[in-house]
Design a protein around this ligand. Sequence first.
Ligand code: OXD
Ligand code: MN
Length: 650
Amino acid sequence: MKCIKLCPKSIIVQARKSLKSQLLVAAPKHYNFRLICRALSVNYGDAKALTPAVKAYVEQCVSLCQPDQLHICDGSQAESKQLQQLMLKQGTIVPLSKYENCWLARTNPADVARVESKTFICTPRKEQTVPVTPNATPGTLGNWISEADLQAAIAERFPGSMKGRTMYVIPFSMGPVGSPLSKIGIEITDSPYVVESMKIMTRAGSKVLQVLQQGDGQFVKCLHSVGTPASGTQAQPSWPCDPERTIILHKPADNEIVSYGSGYGGNSLLGKKCFALRIGSTIAKREGWLAEHMLILGITNPQGKKIYVAAAFPSACGKTNLAMMTPTLPGYKVECVGDDIAWMKFDSKGVLRAINPENGFFGVAPGTSRTTNPIAMDTIFRNTVFTNVASTSDGGVYWEGMSAAEMGSASITDWLGKPWSKDSGKPAAHPNSRFCTPAAQCPIIDPAWEDAAGVPISAILFGGRRPAGVPLVYEARDWAHGVFMGAAMRSESTAAAEHKGKMIMHDPFAMRPFFGYNFGDYLSHWLSMEQRGQVPKIFHVNWFRKSDEGKFLWPGFGDNSRVLDWVFRRVQGEQCYEESPIGRLPSEGALNVSGMQGKVDLTQLFELPKEFWQQEAKEIEAYFKAQVGEHLPKAVAAQLGELKARVAKM
Ligand code: OXD
Ligand code: MN
């Protein structure tokens, strides 16, 4: 550890003045990194390993946020140990003695989810970010901010926001280090919790700086500060944040992200939603590929043939469970490449190949159990940071969905730190509580999950929570129909963001909170992929249909392998389908339900009520009109017209 003596205050002031730093402007022509380093205590890491561009960025951030110390992350275990001790001292985490190297963080109760309403994209013109909606209808496909307002938002929040704190510089790679499909970021943060989580969720540390030194030197700038409330007082010093003024800003033209006020995952681990999806989708559009909110799994059939499938479901709709599924259908094997994000690009032979840009799983804990996802349960009890789950008196964790056997006889403390029992009338774990765990620990991690070339994608699934009307599975007739199916996706809201109550929300491509640019242009980009290579087949799935009595009609989880079996056979060209007004359905007897426990009512599961679909088509039409307006590609409008015509004839 290197400790450079602080230089006199006057030099610091002079350094800050001379930089006159404004974030999100081009790096200054000169930089005074040595001056900055001398003015600060560099208490960890090797500042010499930074490239000139990284130094210039760090310098801007130091000048703006005025931290007391600088820590350049090397990604080592020794570093993690040091940060864990620090967080322990600060009360941010407590050890979970029942497991190996596991920790529990309890956030400020006002900082528990992504803040979609406070998330903005900055482009010169508003319609580059969001469709222009007719009659001043409030848009729901993202929020635009002007350059002036963005600068004002930064100026109101960031100057001095890291005073008294250490600024951590995290070099990280989204995707395997050095892969041609990967991208590099530098996250600057004042939260050791963020550092530890980023070290799990991304490949972080010195090795990334080496790639930057040797490569084109490009990186995405990610500045994060947990901030300080205007009152100057933290409601919960162990979890500093500023919920009133939280804001998440993206500037795609400069590959830049600025996040203030929240330490919670999706708002603060900037490699994930901010980089891999919002900035990622804009890079993908420019470079001709796709950055999507999708899991990736490999499935091997009883004959030993393997395909890879990507699937887009909204947040907290079972992506992790599907990605780690234990098939109930004999002879099938599922392996996991990723559970949340896919970057997909055609290779030189026109094959669509995908990488998981992440290195860990930031999964929703409630509902994860030995019954629903035994593989996740075999993954998460080592080297994991849990956030807002309940704890047990024997040093373990608890959340809703865990069985009595998993809980043992220990007493439970809820996510707020209060004693909890089944009669408390409130959940023990926050519904959006999470585990943050290394992907490599997953017992069914796919052998090719870190293949620099990516895995070939044969099918894409879209899906959501649809209690009524939507069948278990149907297939798009062609690519344009599949793009329409993605655009028309709807799902019941969940606790992953700040929505209240259960309502069926439009969530096109499961990307509604994550689009980095105008959704109409996104649709055109998807349509254009057909010209670039062999496009995969597209399917829509719904594990959540309920009977009139409110009971799930399909058991889900491992039995979803039966749906994957049908998808697999369709990919292989088996004619096991029949046409329907909404797409291709499994033909009579084609869905393998043999050996299922309990009777499944396939008639109800695949029923297409005419009134429902008339209403659905109306809703989609109204949504496109109100939210996408003139930006809706003609090919998508034509698909809606076809659906309406077919439903009318039902
Ligand atoms: C997530 C989300 O954390 O989608 O993956 O909210
Ligand atoms: Mn997600």
